[in-house]
Write a protein that binds this ligand. Structure first.
Ligand code: 48C
Length: 332
């Protein structure tokens, strides 16, 4: 068919024909390949943000622990790139609920809380503020940025401040099941006598997260103010414990917050049956929960600071700060 001398025109023809067929085959697979994952819509605009390549041999922080023995990140200033995180979460159109209780005199804190949250909490994302209160008409109207709403939830006020703080678990659980699960993807559940002073964004989000208490993050486990009576459901022996978590800051996906709050509520009820009240109330039950069901992310004390503890070098920024209050003015 073809002469045996130089690579004849004929054999070049065969080579070109082969390349053409191979090229067509490749492009067919490429098209089919794309089609075979119809539900992975290629983002129509890839978020083109420029940032330095992470350096494998250079940890961002060497003064603090940034990951737990169970591989949960501990979020400190300087360990994350907010632009990358925002791009990732915007792509998913994430919705975040922030629960806060302003019962009886604590309504005086809500204005500063909301106004500072508007400046620093999840800016640019969809946020629902869930304000639990017994004094609905004392919650003023706030002008909120686009994509942000306030939902006021009327709830009963318990007599004792200890019950007010502990019953938050039950109320968060119940409203999560009947309402929050349909409204938002994540919840953050925090104290109201606080003010946002720096960005608190999607870096805090994870399946279930807690925050290191500012008063104990550099202490030994024996020094933690866990509940130490074996009769209590919050009991943690001196030789156990990972960290001391602040009662005023936890969250996660709604389903996980339901598990956490349900556990804490039932533990509190069981203790009540035995005429026991854990040393630090809901905070004690939360610490027991996180010992058994470890958080998938932990926030540094930057996220719930109090100036009572000064300004240690490891705390590079105070993102969420306790408001000075005279207990005799708000608790009775
Ligand atoms: O809303 C009230 N009213 C009370 O009379 C007592 C507690 N509370 C809520 O519980 C507030 O949301 C408080 O922030 C929280 C309990 N936490 C504290 O009082 C301090 N941050 C420890």
């Amino acid at each position: 068919m073809c002469s045996q001398k130089w690579p004849s025109v004929c054999s070049i023809k065969w080579i070109l024909l082969f390349c053409l067929c191979f090229g067509l085959l490749l492009s067919w697979f490429a098209i089919k390949g794309n089609r075979c994952h119809p539900n992975i819509a290629m983002p129509y605009t890839l978020h083109r943000i420029l940032y330095d390549k992470p350096d494998i041999f250079k940890p961002r922080r060497i003064d603090v622990l940034s990951i737990t023995p169970w591989l949960a990140p501990i979020v400190w200033n300087g360990t994350f790139n907010r632009d990358i995180l925002n791009a990732q979460f915007h792509q998913r159109e994430v919705r975040i609920g922030l629960t806060v209780f302003a019962i009886k005199k604590y309504v005086i804190f809500i204005k500063k809380f909301i106004e500072s949250a508007e400046k620093f909490f999840m800016v640019g994302h969809k946020v629902n503020y869930y304000v639990f209160t017994d004094r609905v008409n004392e919650i003023s109207n706030f002008t909120l940025a686009e994509g942000r709403h306030m939902v006021i939830l009327e709830v009963p006020a318990y007599e004792r401040w200890q019950d007010v703080t502990m019953r938050r678990m039950e109320m968060i659980r119940d409203f999560s099941i009947k309402q929050f699960v349909n409204d938002v993807d994540y919840l953050a559940c925090v104290d109201v006598d606080m003010e946002f002073l720096d960005d608190v964004g999607v870096e805090i989000l994870s399946k279930v997260f807690g925050a290191l208490h500012p008063g104990f993050f550099s202490h030994t486990r024996r020094e933690f103010t866990y509940e130490r009576r074996p009769q209590s459901k919050a009991y943690i022996p001196f030789e156990a414990g990972d960290f001391y978590y602040a009662g005023g800051y936890f969250g996660g996906v709604v389903e996980e917050v339901v598990k956490l709050t349900n556990y804490c509520h039932h533990a509190m009820l069981a203790d009540k049956q035995q005429n026991i009240e854990a040393l630090w109330h809901d905070e004690s039950y939360l610490n027991k929960y996180f010992l058994l069901y470890k958080p998938t992310k932990i926030l540094s004390p930057e996220y719930i600071w109090n100036n009572y503890y000064g300004s240690p070098a490891s705390i590079q920024t105070k993102r969420f700060l306790g408001v000075n209050k005279k207990y005799e003015e708000v608790r009775f």
